[in-house]
Design a protein around this ligand. Structure first.
Ligand code: COA
Ligand code: AMP
Length: 630
């Protein structure tokens, strides 16, 4: 069957479609039905089934006789290490760590925060939690203490599992002081921490609270997989919203298993045993779904890559890893290829490697710009497949189902809605717009299995953020259009979220940090276009009256403050002092107009602007930062 028939099949009978997909999962108790819609508009899937994620990702492959198959390849150019873990070894390691967690009192439903670099132990920690029904929440290593503290207070973990350090090109990032700082800042205190000591920087352990990764596992009884009900949260992953308080996206166990397993063949076109590589980080949703869970659930080999697209050691690293490990499907963010293209514009390094096993390259995380796709098509001669999804969904909303039927690629579009997603483009009043017209992209409820049923501790916020603007629909926060062939185009966010190097960040969160600077009376942060990272944050600050510090000094302090409070990942390096901010007569800051000026784009003078002269002042300030860039 082709894509359109399969999509129609799903539309005709979603219940049968998902019950059929659920056959590929090993249940302790099969669910009686797929959709539970009694509490609509809150929906749940496979709720009365009983199942364990770690069993499906690890143990069942061993029991099926595939224990010798490689589950994880760890390829770390920054430590010059390559090692492999078979499914049998992975079972042993997860059972052992899970046993240690149990012995220290972690039980089903307890939260465990994981703050680790890109090492296989990060996956072991995630799976160990899943094994005993503990709910993990992985925090990206590029976030600073304050962000970690916010997550500790929201998730209230019983334990934290951390690495002693991460390795960024040219510097070692000591995680332990960041962790200690976060625990000090947070009101909630974990009962204990488990620290993976890395040779590059060993951490001081706090007696009574911190336990060494190896020592805590000595002599413990390995833990069995504990079946949980289908709606049990597998994990919480915090993502940026419009304020500094991140949203805790909840991932339900059973839907997650069923849906991710379905995507591996149908979207990514890999068979069990083949090598799949997502070059991302376990701290992001791509890392959760496609470094850890989906490839393992489906019995593939996954790669944990600790390095960067360029500089570790060169722009040929991706090709080297693909060739060395015979990767069949490769997935990363467009920004990574922009980095490679900038260093190796003629693609010379590509020809040094045998890429014959590589069939398809997938891109997501941000808009795939045509220049980059065309460069990749020219130099790689493989299908370059864009697909669109979000932390909230955990897998593709709109994509190209390479394992069903490769659809003709239209550059600029992530292609077509996947089964499960009834995608509509709506105007402000919630009416569908004509094909080819711009609007807010929404998905008709219910969302498919595996997508967020709610936000952790924040049901009201869930309803308000996603289900209220367009009753009966999930509001994606993205704007775009659909063409006559049903291809979807994602153009921009409709909120204050920006996308920096494939990382989702909140300008509102950065404004909260700038506003906390004692000399700042008022501020605005916008996302300006950047050739490498897609967008960069840029801050405008107005100083309190009487402040006579040099502007340069205030700017430096603001940059330092954002790095300290949010972390280096915010990439906040552009800031200027202005006398006033452009506003509407009702006092709303005209951020969109400021973005247009910074990007050198034509714009219409907002009819409601209070004082148009301020825009000239903004233009002068932008020049000092080198904007517009061209
Ligand atoms: N721990 C600590 N610090 C980190 C970090 C981590 N895990 N990840 C990034 N940082 C730091 C970087 O060192 C950098 O610090 P600096 O300001 O001192 O230079 C800062 O955070 C910004 O990082 P980043 O935006 O990633 O920029 P970069 O210049 O280091 O790399 C790319 C640029 C494009 C090469 C890089 O962003 C990349 O590989 N992106 C791939 C996209 C991706 O993985 N997306 C995830 C979703 S698919
Ligand atoms: P995240 O939750 O971090 O995965 O970020 C999700 C957001 O990234 C989406 O809402 C989009 O704004 C953007 N995004 C992700 N994938 C794409 C894509 N293929 N094309 C355009 N934007 C994308």
């Amino acid at each position: 069957m082709g894509y359109r028939e399969i999509y129609q099949d799903w539309q005709k009978d979603p219940e049968a479609f998902w019950m059929n997909a659920a056959e590929a999962i090993d249940w302790s108790q099969r669910p009686s039905k797929a959709l539970f819609d009694e509490a609509a508009p809150l929906y749940e899937w496979f709720k009365d089934g009983s199942v364990n994620t770690c069993y499906n990702a690890v143990d069942r492959h061993v029991e099926a006789g595939n224990g010798d198959r490689v589950a994880i390849i760890y390829d770390s150019p920054v430590t010059e290490t390559v090692s492999k873990i078979t499914y049998a070894e992975l079972k042993e390691r997860t059972a052992s760590l899970a046993g240690a967690l149990l012995s220290k009192g972690v039980v089903k439903g307890d939260r465990v925060i994981i703050y680790m670099p890109m090492v296989p132990e990060a996956l072991v920690a995630m799976l160990a939690c899943a094994r005993i029904g503990a709910i993990h929440s992985v925090v990206f290593g590029g976030f600073a203490s304050n962000e970690l503290a916010v997550r500790i207070d929201d998730a209230t973990p019983k334990a934290i599992i951390a690495g002693s350090c991460g390795i960024e090109p040219g510097r070692i990032v000591a995680y332990k002081p960041l962790l200690d700082g976060a625990i000090e800042l947070a009101s909630h205190k974990p009962e204990f921490c488990v620290i993976l000591q890395r040779d590059q920087e060993r951490a001081e352990l706090i007696a009574g609270r911190d336990h060494d990764w190896d020592e805590v596992q000595a002599d413990v009884q390995p833990a069995d997989c504990l079946p949980v009900s289908g709606d049990h949260p597998a994990y919480i992953l915090y993502t940026s919203g419009t304020t500094g308080q991140p949203k805790g996206v909840v991932r339900p166990t059973a839907g997650h298993l069923v849906a991710l397993n379905w995507t591996m063949k149908n979207i990514y076109d890999v068979e069990p045993g083949e090598v799949f590589w997502a070059a991302s980080d376990v701290g992001w949703v791509v890392g959760h779904s496609y470094i850890c869970y989906a490839p393992l659930i489906h019995g593939n080999t996954t790669i944990v890559f600790e390095g960067k697209p360029v500089g570790t050691p060169d722009a040929g690293t991706f090709w080297r890893v693909i060739a060395d490990h015979k990767v069949k499907s490769f997935f990363t963010a467009p920004t990574a290829f922009r980095a490679v293209k900038r260093v190796d514009p003629a693609g010379e390094l590509i020809s040094n490697y045998d890429l014959s096993h590589l069939k398809t390259i997938f891109l997501a995380g941000e808009r795939a710009d045509p220049d980059t796709i065309e460069w990749m098509q020219k130099h790689l001669a493989k299908p370059i497949v864009d697909h669109w999804w979000q932390t909230e969904t955990g897998y593709t909303i709109v994509g190209n189902p390479m394992g069903i039927e490769p659809m003709p690629i239209k550059i600029g579009s992530p292609t077509v809605p996947m089964p499960g997603y009834d995608v509509r483009v709506l105007d402000d009043g919630g009416h569908e717009v004509e094909r080819g017209e711009l609007g807010a992209i929404a998905v008709k409820l219910p969302l498919p299995p595996g997508t967020l049923p709610t936000l952790w501790n924040a049901e009201e916020r869930f309803l308000k953020s996603y289900l209220t603007t367009f009753p009966g629909y999930y509001e994606t926060g993205d704007a775009g259009m659909m063409d006559e062939d049903g291809y979807v185009y994602i153009m921009a966010r409709t909120d204050d979220v920006i996308n920096v190097a494939g990382h989702r960040l909140s300008t509102g969160g950065m404004e909260e940090v700038l506003a906390s600077h004692p000399d700042v009376a008022e501020c605005a942060v916008i996302g300006v276009s950047d050739e490498l990272k897609g967008q960069l944050p840029m801050g405008f600050v107005c100083l309190s009256s009487g402040v006579d510090k040099p502007h340069e000094q205030v700017c430096k302090e603001c940059i330092k403050l954002v790095r300290e409070k949010i972390g280096p990942v915010a990439a906040f390096k552009l800031v200027c002092v202005v006398d006033r901010l452009p506003k509407t007569r009702s006092g709303k800051i005209l951020r969109g107009t400021m973005v247009s000026i910074a990007d050198g784009k034509e714009f219409k003078m907002p009819a409601t602007i209070d004082d148009p002269e301020i825009l000239n002042e903004i233009a002068v300030a932008l020049k000092t930062l080198g904007y517009p860039a061209v």
